[in-house]
Design a protein. Structure first.
Length: 167
């Protein structure tokens, strides 16, 4: 009888260790998935401003806004692909931070990179505000509607193509 209890005890210890190890492994796998999903690095390094300006100027339909009005310029990268954004600050307490431009160069489109960039940019901006304005162009409206359906934040449509996203 004693040997059966010992075997059961050893079996229980072995199983509980295995379950613990599997739980730890699951945590590492989960954290790995989070790292893979959130690999976008957001930078507003002034050294990147020249590169960013050049990228925006390649597409004549986009401009980088008016210099001197406090625009923030961001480059968004996953190590391979790069996108660029211009964000206008709130001009008053009842104004919104605005995502003025998000440019994913054409060679980086079609692989969900733009979606990841947009979601990460929204998340990044919510570190300093609780409302963001997204005023889309006709060409970008469908993209932003898809982005807003994937975010956990509330989006309110102010007019056609103009959205306020709130925490």
């Amino acid at each position: 009888m004693h040997s059966i209890q010992l075997v059961m005890s050893d079996l229980f210890d072995m199983l509980s260790g295995w379950i613990r190890d599997c739980t730890i492994l699951k945590c590492y796998v989960f954290l790995g998935i989070l790292v893979i999903l959130n690999i976008i690095n957001i930078s507003n390094d002034p050294k990147e401003l020249g590169l960013l300006t050049t990228e925006f100027e390649k597409d004549q339909t986009l401009n980088i806004g008016l210099p001197g009005f406090g625009s923030s310029f961001y480059s968004l990268s996953d190590g391979t692909f790069k996108a660029y954004s211009v964000v206008y600050p709130a001009e008053s307490d009842d104004d919104y931070i605005e995502i003025a431009r998000l440019l994913v160069p054409s060679e980086y489109r079609g692989n969900n990179f733009g979606m990841k960039c947009a979601l990460n940019l929204i998340e990044h901006l919510f570190n300093s505000t609780n409302e963001i304005l997204i005023d889309t162009t006709n060409e970008s409206r469908d993209f932003w509607v898809k982005v807003l359906t994937r975010t956990t934040y509330r989006a309110e449509q102010l007019s056609y193509g103009k959205f306020v996203v709130k925490t």
